[in-house]
Design a protein around this ligand. Sequence first.
Ligand code: PLP
Length: 375
Amino acid sequence: MTHLAKTINSNFIPIAEPWIGKEEEVLVLDALRSGWISSIGRYVGEFEDEFARFASAKHAITVSNGTAALHLALVALEIGPGDEIIIPDLTYIATANAVAYTGATPVLVDVDKDTWTIDPNKIEAKINRRTKAIIPVHLYGHPADMDPIMAISRKHNLFVIEDAAEAHGAIYKNQVVGSIGTIGCFSFFGNKIITTGEGGMLTLNNNTLAEKIRILKNQGVSKTKKYFHPEIGFNYRMTNIQAAIGLAQLRKVQKVIDRKIAIAKLYQKFLSPLVPQVTLHPQAEWARCVFWLYSILIHNKGIKNRDHLMEALKESNIDSRPFFYPIHHQPKYKSKDRLPVSENLSTSGINLPSSPNLTDEKIEYICKKIITFLD
Ligand SMILES: *Cc1c(COP(=O)(O)O)cnc(C)c1O
């Protein structure tokens, strides 16, 4: 299989490359030659149907990106000004931004130190009369602890929107993520588990809600009257060309996931001698993590700290990324909250190269560099 994403320096090991091959080329060419290059065309429907099966959902609805999926989910659930939405403090900024677009307020909850996902024990303290929904995030491919989250949502009558942007195919107990809450949201950005360049998907079972989302993503247009718009909708449509890439990607998603898990096992094997100086990517006993980006925590302070390790890796042509900043440290969401687990993970966590096309030898090479540096 070839991959189109050529880096300038061929020795450079990127953090996450798309795995694009002949299959994508064939379907994209077909989409181009069909003339259906915008959002009408056979690939949009086929991608949605196959993704619905993959995600165990009755409905899968394509959108232009993962952030749009989250925004649309909130709008469809009639979230707006005055409402509060509970999200984890450690996540990509899009989770908070989607809430802000609606005029609602993101309420930040600390994460659990053993799963890096929202801590269910800290949610209820943040619930009040204005709370409308919880958005658990399946961070770096690890499912959030959904049973207690769903129990809390039933008790307080809240919606649950799963942010599964980093976790296609991850399993919580016996359920695939994105099929557990009211709505699941996925991203197909270039570095995600599968890609459409830019793209997103909503998954859900409720027919009425699905119908509403389809109308809202298409300028709120009436189903029966052309150019008549009873709702203020959006243009959040995915193109047929993107869907063609997505369909080819989806047909090999299990291979990608299997390789991600194999990569994680190799990292575990080579890096386990560093424990407890280093914490390895966790996997709860109830979880099948898909290890979107294999990640570790570096507990050293001073000269051999996380940031210096990243510099050393860069000198060896190895790409890495620090964990996200806590949302409450971002300028637009600043608060004086103490969210210690999120703060601690944010300064010690590092994402390592996790492309499915990474060879076993390259992983061993990366681990040797980490071990030498920390020695
Ligand atoms: C990537 C990502 C998103 C947003 O997806 P885009 O397709 O980039 O808009 C949302 N949430 C999380 C956790 C993500 O990692």
